[in-house]
Design a protein around this ligand. Structure first.
Ligand code: ATP
Ligand code: AMO
Length: 472
């Protein structure tokens, strides 16, 4: 049989017998007959004490005082309540009176940066200054630069804030999958090496495919629709999306995780919007309920964050209504062009004031702003059965009802400048009886960034890819 090891989150004063703990050394302090080892495990920190005694020799104290930060150790001892809260530990009502210490794996003594420095609370100015890695080098700087942290990402990931972020990110995927499976969706995996673009435009990585040209998929768009034509009817995918987006903004990556869904619809694209709304409420509630410690850990480093606000009653605006609100506020936005980033933000502020929510839908976009496969409105072909969804005034979702008539689809592809020879199989798939259908694509890193209230997508991408970074 194996020894039982406690993780820090399992510790409780009701555990009477001595315990073994394996964790990382966050810090140590030794003086004379007394020593402290601060252990760290995910978002928790906890203090072990060693006193010179019958059970703790001078040799053990000396050995323990030489252990380097970030080493992994086993400690054995008894849990004791503390008379006052232990300073700088997240578990502060108890400590371990330690009698045994073993080193499992030693860390090199010099670290690229100190975790405590990288974990210092940031001001809004410091957080916003990190929109781009190079900008981050100037003005309102964080104590450890984003560049240094990302260059040493494995160590950076150990920060409690990062432990929390990637647990929240996992939770978002878990609730996305859970809700859709409960609603009859099938999880699929579509190819990432494809013959042409799926979204159009030039933002595509070209690769050599045995002498022929192929592309890294800009989205699962064409294949998720083909799966619906293959009668899977309700499908979803969690997978990588590639965009040769040569832009250094706080919210664009060259590779991100797409949460996509596609479903047959009976009468109206509102069926898809209702599904998406239900799914997001499920995600938000799941995170608030089961990841509350993680959220608190993140807010501790970013004390300026206002928790995400949403209403269970959906807030849906038509593009025309959104433009009217903007025009009223003095913004000359036209109904025939997409919003730019500043306008999105302004709309976010207006909606928040009026409807008290950071989460809302804008639908019936102008055709100019949408890809070729988007269904035009029956009553006005200048507009489309499409939608974007916003969180805190930034786009997190695009979606639409799709054109299922093959002749119209072909015509729209040509109109939008797509080389139809590269999408022949896709176009053909609508010739044998096509379900009316619609869906959406969500950017995982953006959802996590905006739900939590972070200011840079690089903090929600574990190994971010942007035009300047392809490693680690
Ligand atoms: P998607 O590309 O998936 O629609 P997105 O949020 O990037 O998501 P875009 O349509 O690319 O949406 O852009 C929306 C707006 O964001 C644009 O109108 C533009 O004003 C702004 N934008 C896009 N790329 C950049 C960039 N590289 N730098 C500054 N602003 C940008
Ligand atoms: P779209 O191109 O709008 O739509 O992408 C869908 C969502 O993906 C996220 N996103 C990004 N995240 C990080 N970095 C990027 N460069 C980036 N680009 C987009 C955003 C966006 O809302 N096929 C359609 C979806 C559909 O209609 O089903 C599509 O790809 O959150």
């Amino acid at each position: 049989t194996h020894k039982r090891y406690y993780s820090l989150s399992e510790l409780s004063l009701s555990v009477a017998e001595p315990v073994w703990i394996r964790a990382r050394v966050h810090n140590t302090r030794f003086k004379g007959k007394l020593g402290f080892i601060i252990l760290r495990d995910t978002v928790h920190t906890f203090q072990c004490t060693l006193f010179l005694s019958d059970q703790v020799s001078r040799n053990l104290l000396k050995f323990a005082s030489d252990i380097t930060k970030e080493s992994i150790i086993d400690v054995y001892g008894t849990l004791k309540a503390t008379s006052q809260p232990v300073q700088s530990c997240s578990i502060n009502n108890m400590e371990l009176e330690t009698t045994k210490v073993f080193v499992v794996s030693k860390s090199q003594a010099s670290l690229p940066f100190q975790l405590d420095d990288a974990g210092q609370p940031m001001t809004l100015e410091q957080a916003e200054n990190e929109r781009d890695e190079d900008q981050a080098e100037e003005g309102g700087r964080a104590r450890v630069s984003q560049k240094l942290r990302l260059n040493n990402r494995v160590i950076d990931l150990r920060l409690p804030t990062n432990q929390a972020i990637y647990r929240v990110s996992s939770g978002v995927c878990q609730y996305f999958r859970e809700f859709l499976i409960q609603n009859g969706f099938v999880e699929i995996h579509t190819p990432k090496l494809i013959p042409g673009t799926s979204e159009g435009g030039t933002e595509v990585f070209k690769v050599d495919y045995f002498g022929r040209q192929a592309c890294l998929a800009q989205s699962p768009q064409l294949y998720k629709q083909m799966a619906v034509m293959g009668d899977l009817e309700r499908v979803f995918e969690i997978g990588p999306v590639f965009r040769a987006e040569n832009s250094n903004t706080h919210r664009h990556l060259c590779e991100f995780v797409g949460l996509d869904l596609e479903m047959a619809i009976k009468e109206h694209y509102f069926e898809v919007l209702e599904m998406i709304h239900g799914m997001f409420i499920h995600i938000f509630k799941g995170i608030e309920t089961h990841f509350a410690t993680e959220l608190q850990t993140i807010y501790k480093q970013f004390p300026f964050i206002q928790p995400f606000q949403y209403t269970e009653k959906p807030v849906w605006l038509t593009f025309h209504e959104a433009v009217a609100l903007l025009n009223e506020a003095g913004n000359p936005q036209s109904v025939h062009a997409d919003f730019n980033t500043a306008t999105e933000k302004q709309l976010g502020a207006i909606v928040k004031e009026r409807y008290h929510t950071d989460f809302y839908v804008v639908h019936r976009y102008p055709q100019e702003a949408r890809p070729f496969y988007t269904m035009l409105c029956a009553d006005d072909p200048e507009f489309t059965n499409s939608y974007d969804i916003f969180m805190r005034g930034e786009e997190i979702i695009s979606g639409a009802q799709r054109i299922h008539d093959p002749a119209m689809l072909r015509q729209r592809a040509i109109f939008k400048g797509i080389d139809v020879s590269t999408i022949k199989d896709y176009l053909d798939s609508f010739k044998f009886g096509a379900h009316p259908h619609g869906g959406c694509g969500v950017g995982l890193e953006r959802v996590v960034m905006l739900f939590v209230g972070l200011k840079n997508i690089r903090w929600t991408s574990m190994f971010p890819r942007d035009p300047k970074r392809i490693s680690p």
